[in-house]
Design a binder for this molecule. Structure first.
Ligand code: ADP
Length: 296
């Protein structure tokens, strides 16, 4: 299993580290070329314009040799918008993110960026626009500042601190023995899962990506801190496309569009108020979760 997990882990880590420069993107593309499933088509073209719309058009997907897990998903996210994806475990939420990361291509249907099929774009040009934060935040052995600077090595400490504050981790870092110079990550100061997620989020925020993908990015953060982070992420959606996957409905509450995914199908869609008013699956989940959170 390690042989399967390691490449995905390294890939996730690389995506986190992707820099905006073409050179860095090309280096990463080289490394990614060891992943056989998706490669540049011979006629692939670079994504030159800033992404302003991503559209899923009747996307179906099955993992190689498996039964289909995504059954005709359609939605669009435009500039300045955020889409939230919720649903039970195994519904296909992370698979939608993997399709957006282009770990895999749809079996049928199409994902387009600015109207052009994603499958026809060069991987490096597309992935260079992505910021990705996963549940399992990766920290390397280095200082807190260095870990965040991976998002944009040219940034100064003031920018690093702004990003950290947005991610709700600046105060915690300032309280570490050496502040931003404290060594964290492997063999360094041990941070909790939620703190690691916030450092990883700060890195993505510093990177200022055109497309921000958050897959359970704040799942280990306490609900109060998360509410603050969501406020900030809501402000950060300006000028980019955001897609957030979460188990916890409060994570996606402020999204412009929420997709409720069950068994690979979008069963409900709308914003929080509309979904509550419709009294369906989402409203039922909300009643359970808000009740659960109120219980000490
Ligand atoms: P969610 O994120 O909503 O919990 P996933 O997208 O992870 O759901 O999984 C959707 C379905 O796809 C599940 O049935 C899961 O077992 C299956 N699946 C996920 N990853 C793989 C994989 N790498 N290979 C085969 N099946 C997978």
């Amino acid at each position: 299993a390690a042989r399967l997990v390691l490449p995905l882990f390294v890939f996730g880590m690389l995506i986190n580290q992707i820099q905006r420069s073409e050179a860095a993107a090309a280096r990463i593309a080289e490394l990614l070329a060891t992943e056989p499933r998706v490669a540049d088509r011979s006629d692939a073209v670079p994504l030159t314009a800033r992404p302003e719309e991503i559209r899923f058009d009747n996307v179906r997907f099955a993992y190689p040799g498996r039964e289909p897990v995504i059954h005709g998903v359609s939605f669009a996210v435009g500039l300045g918008q955020s889409v939230g994806v919720v649903g039970p475990t195994g519904a296909g939420k992370s698979t939608l993110v993997k399709l957006l990361l282009r770990y895999y291509e749809p079996t049928s249907g199409q994902i387009t960026v600015n109207g052009a099929p994603l499958s026809g774009l060069t991987l490096a040009s597309y992935r260079g626009r992505l910021g990705y934060v996963s549940q399992d935040a990766f920290l390397f052995h280095g200082t807190a500042a260095e870990n965040i600077l991976l998002g944009d090595p040219a940034a100064d400490l003031a920018a690093v601190r702004r990003a950290a504050a947005m991610a709700g981790i600046d105060e915690r870092i300032m309280n570490l023995p050496d502040g931003y110079d404290t060594v964290i990550g492997e063999r360094g100061m041990k941070l909790s899962g939620g703190e690691r997620q916030r450092v990883s989020l700060a890195r993505a925020i510093l990177r200022d990506p055109a497309i921000l993908l958050l897959d359970e990015a704040t799942s280990a953060v306490d609900t109060r801190t998360e509410a603050l982070i969501q406020q900030n992420l809501h402000a950060l959606r300006q000028g980019r496309l955001t897609l957030a996957v979460a188990h916890r409905l409060s994570t996606v509450r402020q999204c412009d569009l929420i997709l409720v995914v069950v068994d690979g199908c979008v069963v409900e869609r709308g914003d929080h108020e509309a979904l509550l008013a419709s009294g369906g699956v989402y409203a039922g989940m909300w009643a359970v979760q808000s009740g659960a959170e109120a219980t000490p």
